[in-house]
Ligand binder design. Structure first.
Ligand code: F6R
Length: 607
């Protein structure tokens, strides 16, 4: 986790660094800091709390310098505190480092360094790095970093700045993302593209085991073992406005409103009459025959998109699907082999557990398709095939537009697999594809038509500390995502159950006024869901139903939110939108920081 930035050029570095960090705040926000080299000195400013605290500090102190590094932290080793925040400096004060990742063998290295007389001011794993660089320094910074890297175990993206060689930044990556933005006589380092997008759209994406020495004259790329690297410049096609709030109070709300556009981008060029085409997936019917199982692996919201994916693939392509949380999958000798088709799902493409699961699956011979948002991310690069979400940058910690485009990708993939296997008649796929194309506009309608009701509902639901979400079949999958959204930003304890499971225990928790959201779009089980709604009502629960327009059979609701009609299997894309809005407005009602919920960070690059 954590976000890192660096700048070298002719401009004052502080505002560029602080602004870059603001764009990375989704990666961590418990403390932040910058280091600037100026006139023989290294000036370091760090402070606990959100970026605005660092901004206040740098506005007051006005650090000078045209080369610098910065960091926004999500604590792993050592509590959030000013001493534990980055940048960290070597004992002699000459080597300064920002780090994203975890140095697994830091305890042993720390003991060895202490025995040599090195001093430590923090509880972090990172502080061993500048001290090791000091220890390894013999007049060549690049060489000292190489020697240091050889001693480290774990994951790291590092940027090093030194008073010994102050005209350069040295950066290196292993299992944590790092990009270099290429300007005219100026260069930017960052964990992610939004941090540099305002300045340039040309970047190098560093691979694991690569390092860069950056001066005002250019960027030299090499492997940590010393071989030259020749890399293509990657052209980012995002509009800088895509990473700004654009008039909305929060990124989350903006991203909910961007969903129609994100869905349009996601389907662009992929839907053709009655068939689906992906640039990077080419499975023939013969190849598909080989696979007897699909395994979906992911974390959090991406995992819940996989639960929808299971319903869609099993229904349309008739292949058995298992969905697994990546942090479980990777450690339990999964039953995966060359007959398994694995789908790894991730917005960031850097989630440590999903990446490790992907590697585990490939080692066991599986063919891996990634469904991913971040171009050039580790998961996108290491998979055999890649389906990009094309959702654009997602900044809010609570995922919305990435989730909805994950669903879209699963639906398109299910149709693709069903067609390739010869199971879907042309008329059926034509109908599904025409319905898929209508979804963006229908999402627009839901946002427009249901926001008022949801704001009222939020005022009521915000008073409670527990909430329940129920549904059957694909509605249950949507309920899972709904409860996570509520939990993570409004801190209300929320749980999702298959509606039929209530009577096996959870019903005991229903009492007067308790919020229950019933997602009820699946006709084949509508009567059964209605019975469950009645069971809840009988115990005093306040039920909100998410139903198709004109649904007459679900009655007795306290609140009713309607979604436009579509093929039943596709309902997840529509049904989730009111649930996203509900969690957003409940969190606002409770006065919480929607975009940066406590204890969470967006890109989870630690285990
Ligand atoms: C929840 C949320 C997280 C992520 C999870 C996986 O709103 O955003 O649960 O879904 O951390 O992240 P990615 O998709 O980047 O692998």
């Amino acid at each position: 986790m954590c976000g890192i930035v660096g700048y070298i050029g002719e401009q004052e570095a502080t505002p560029i660094l602080v602004e870059g960090l603001k764009k990375l705040e989704y990666r961590g926000y418990d403390s932040a800091g910058v280091a600037l080299y100026n006139d023989g000195n290294m000036d370091i400013f760090k402070i606990v709390g959100k970026l605005e605290n660092l901004e206040g500090l740098t506005d007051k102190e006005k650090p000078k310098g045209t080369i610098g590094i910065g960091h926004t932290r999500w604590a792993t080793h050592g509590k959030p505190s000013t001493p534990n925040s980055h940048p960290h400096t070597s004992t002699n004060g000459k080597f300064t480092v920002v780090h994203n990742g975890i140095i697994e063998n830091y305890m042993q290295l720390k003991e060895e360094l202490k025995a040599k007389g090195y001093e430590f001011k923090s509880e972090t794993d990172t502080e061993v790095v500048p001290n090791l660089i000091q220890d390894n320094y013999d007049g060549d910074l690049e060489e000292a970093v190489r020697k240091t890297i050889e001693m480290l175990k774990g994951a790291y993206a590092l940027v090093v700045l030194s008073t010994e060689e102050p005209e350069k930044l040295v950066t290196v990556r292993e299992d944590s993302p790092l990009i270099i933005g290429l300007g005219e006589g100026e260069y930017f380092v960052a964990s992610d593209i939004p941090a540099i997008l305002k300045h340039t759209d040309e970047v190098y994406i560093l691979d694991d085991g690569e390092m860069a020495v950056i001066t005002r004259n250019g960027v030299e790329l090499s492997t940590v073992t010393g071989n030259n690297v020749d890399k293509d410049v990657f052209k980012v096609d995002w509009d800088p406005g895509m990473a700004e709030k654009g008039g909305f109070d929060h990124f989350m709300l903006k991203e909910i409103h961007e969903q129609p556009e994100a869905l349009r981008r996601s389907i662009a060029g992929r839907l053709n009459g009655d068939s689906v085409h992906f640039d990077n997936v080419n499975l023939t019917a013969k190849e598909l025959e080989k696979y007897n199982k699909v395994y979906i692996i992911a974390c959090g919201t991406a995992y819940y998109s996989g639960v929808v994916g299971k319903y869609a693939i099993e229904k349309l392509a008739r292949i058995p699907v298992e969905v697994d949380v990546a942090s479980e999958f990777r450690y339990r000798e999964p039953l995966v082999d060359e007959k398994t088709l694995v789908i790894a799902v991730s917005q960031s493409g850097e989630t440590a557990d999903t990446l490790a699961s992907l590697r585990e699956a490939r080692d066991r011979g599986a063919h891996v398709i990634a469904i991913c948002n971040t171009v050039g991310s580790s998961i996108a690069r290491e998979a055999d095939d890649i389906i990009y979400l094309n959702a654009g940058p997602e900044i809010a910690v609570a995922s919305t537009k990435a989730y909805i485009t994950m669903l879209m990708c699963f639906y398109m993939l299910s149709i693709y697999l069903g067609k390739t296997k010869g199971l879907l008649e042309d008329d059926d796929s034509k109908k599904l594809i025409s319905d898929l194309k209508r979804l963006p506009e229908q999402v627009e309608d839901i946002i427009e038509n249901s926001t008022g009701t949801i704001k009222d509902l939020a005022k009521e639901y915000a008073k409670y500390e527990d909430a329940f979400y129920i549904g059957r079949l694909i509605d249950y999958a949507v309920a899972l995502e709904g409860q996570l959204k509520l939990k993570e930003i409004s801190y209300i304890h929320a749980e999702a159950y298959p509606a039929g499971e209530l009577k096996h225990g959870p019903l005991a928790l229903i009492e007067e006024g308790i919020p229950v959201v019933a997602v009820a779009t699946q006709r084949s089980v509508i009567d059964k869901t209605l019975s469950n709604v009645k069971e809840v009502k009988a115990r005093g629960g306040a039920v909100t139903g998410v139903v198709f327009e004109g649904e007459e059979d679900i009655e007795d609701l306290d609140y009713r939110i309607e979604i436009p009609g579509t093929s039943e299997i596709l309902s997840a894309i529509l049904a989730v939108v009111p649930l996203q809005l509900l969690s957003y407005y409940v969190a606002v009602q409770r006065g919480y920081d929607v975009d940066q919920p406590r204890n969470l960070a967006k890109s989870v690059t630690v285990e």
